[in-house]
Design a protein around this ligand. Structure first.
Ligand code: JIL
Length: 275
């Protein structure tokens, strides 16, 4: 009975995503005020600063970085692309994989990523005009955009990764938005952990206190509301050691009606080496 209930929850969640609208989603979350590079307290600059620091403090190294549940966004790998020479983007929906391909092939997409590229160049101490070099670097290291389902014990095709696994995973706003409940969120953390080599790092960004968001006009998608303690506990339960947790609380004017998120967490964790 338990298994049937679990399965039904995942089928219902997948059905919600059939109406996901990448262009609207990008508009809701990746334009001002949530993405305002002139504002110190805007969410996107905070996320980019967390990722820049995490990728550049010396302990995150290797060949392969996998972004889990990329959605239609690229910001999550703008720092990582300077550290890894192979980056895989992944998503559950073809419409999102297509949106990412459009950018990769410079075919025009639904968001201008230039301000993001310029901002991360600034974080790296480079002149903002180096954004074109960063865009070229990104197009060089992103070797594929693949399907993924974090609810499967094997979330990606077996031949997608080397047998040793990825050296680092990044995942932003995905797991809590695709899991019917906390147990499913924790299981999904364990599933993606199987893509990561022991000792590899997980950089996880997610929503705190969010119970729904709009994935398009009238497309209300349920989210499992998380608090910091649950995030820490789920990471521990699914085989990670927490290195650092940072929390951002949304100022009132960042609450724009597209979700009921109250905060954002950034966790840097490490997959425990098997004894
Ligand atoms: N089974 C699956 N496995 C993997 N990925 C899957 C699966 N099902 C759907 N997906 C894939 O996962 C999805 C990822 S987008 C999820 C959106 N998360 C909530 C949204 C995001 C957001 C952004 C920014 C801010 N902010 O404050 O600045 C707040 C918030 C809070 N609201 C989507 O790409 C879908 O295609």
């Amino acid at each position: 009975m338990e298994e049937k209930k679990r399965e039904d929850g995942l089928v219902a969640m997948a059905a919600c995503y059939q109406r996901f609208d990448p262009a609207a989603y990008l508009q809701y979350n990746y334009t001002p005020p949530r993405a305002d590079f002139e504002r110190k307290d805007s969410i996107v600059p905070w996320k980019l600063a967390c990722l820049h620091r995490a990728f550049n403090e010396g302990d995150v190294t290797g060949e392969l970085l996998v972004d889990v549940g990329s959605g239609p966004t690229l910001y999550q790998v703008l720092s990582g692309c300077e550290v890894f020479n192979k980056v895989l983007l992944t998503d559950f929906l073809e419409v999102n994989r297509q949106e990412l391909r459009h950018w990769l092939q410079d075919e025009g997409c639904n968001l201008d990523w230039t301000p993001y590229l310029q901002h991360v160049c600034k974080l790296e101490g480079r002149r903002p005009s180096a954004w074109t070099e960063k865009a070229a670097k990104l197009r060089e290291v992103i070797t594929d955009i693949l399907p993924i389902d974090v609810h499967r014990p094997q979330p990606m095709a077996l031949d997608a990764l080397p047998s040793s696994g990825a050296d680092c995973l990044v995942s932003c706003f995905c797991l809590e938005s695709v899991s019917p409940d906390l147990a499913a969120f924790t299981r999904a953390l364990g599933h993606i952990g199987r893509l990561l080599r022991p000792g590899g790092h997980l950089l996880l960004i997610g929503a705190l206190g969010e119970s729904y968001y709009f994935g398009g006009p009238g497309v209300k998608i349920p989210v499992v509301p998380l608090n910091e303690a649950q995030v820490c506990e789920s990471l521990k339960e699914s085989g990670y050691t927490l290195i650092r947790l940072e929390v951002y609380t949304l100022p009132q004017d960042m609450r724009v009606g597209v979700d009921d998120v109250t905060g954002v967490f950034f966790a840097k964790a490490k997959k425990i080496k098997q004894k």
